[in-house]
Design a protein around this ligand. Structure first.
Ligand code: C5P
Length: 230
């Protein structure tokens, strides 16, 4: 298992494309994230293949359903051998606790992470669906519920990391996307932070996609990010 903080987002439509990119990376120097598109197209075998190649896999399927169903899905993900998985905190404490309990028996238990509010949720949508209060207070409350329900951490923006680190202590995992190395294209991400800024803010793991997957030499891009963290 690598001790890298860098999780490369394999946002590809096919297993071949995902494996081709992974083959250019070193499993000792990064972890990989498999999300909904790749998993829905390729199925569990993409996870099996990448795990066999030595990579730690973050299965980013953001489970959200009744507690029993989520618990069984988490169990299935653990049986696949993933290193990290996630659920929506909006599923509530009973759902999160059921998910945690489904993993409790494992000796090397996968990390269970909560998604608070999606960063695509703007103020207008937040009100439209009937949520009240502010987005930032809601994120903090959901993170609190995740912690109280025994989850290992949350996905959050690096902007939120400092406050969450203060409130939840060193053991709480903060997984932050929206990371852009200095001078790289921000693409559709807003309010980005550099890898070093995010780690300084308290981020435990950096989810980085296109700055690595879109580089001419992905391993070199990864090495440049590692260097910026030293
Ligand atoms: O290519 P890029 O570095 O923007 O990829 C970021 C990854 O993190 C994508 O897989 C995206 O879906 C995911 N993500 C995100 N923002 C969130 C949650 C997940 O960018 N709030």
């Amino acid at each position: 298992m690598s001790d890298s903080k860098i999780i490369v987002a394999l946002d590809y439509p096919t297993m071949d494309a995902a494996v081709a990119l992974a083959n250019q990376l070193d499993p000792q120097r990064c972890k990989l994230k498999v999300g909904k598109e790749l998993f829905t197209r390729s199925g569990p075998r993409v996870v099996e293949q990448l795990t066999t190649a030595g990579f730690d896999i973050f299965l980013d399927l953001k489970y959200h359903d009744i507690p029993t169903t989520v618990a069984k899905a988490c169990r299935a993900a653990a049986d696949l051998g993933v290193w990290m998985m996630n659920v929506h905190t909006l599923g509530g404490p009973a759902m999160m606790t059921a998910a945690r309990d489904a993993l409790a028996q494992d000796e090397n238990r996968p990390l269970l992470i909560g998604v608070t509010l999606l960063t695509s949720m703007d103020e207008a949508t937040f009100q439209h669906i009937g949520l009240t209060g502010t987005i930032s207070d809601t994120v903090l409350r959901l993170a609190q519920l995740a912690d109280q329900s025994g989850l290992d951490g949350v996905v959050c923006s690096a902007q939120e990391a400092m406050q969450l680190r203060t409130q939840h202590g060193e053991q709480f995992q903060l997984v932050t996307p929206g990371i852009r190395p200095a001078n790289s294209d921000t693409g559709d991400q807003h309010r980005t932070m550099t890898p070093a800024e995010a780690v300084a803010a308290g981020s435990s793991y950096l989810v980085i996609g296109r700055p690595i997957t879109g580089a001419n030499n992905p391993m070199q891009a990864l090495e440049a990010i590692e260097a910026s963290l030293r």
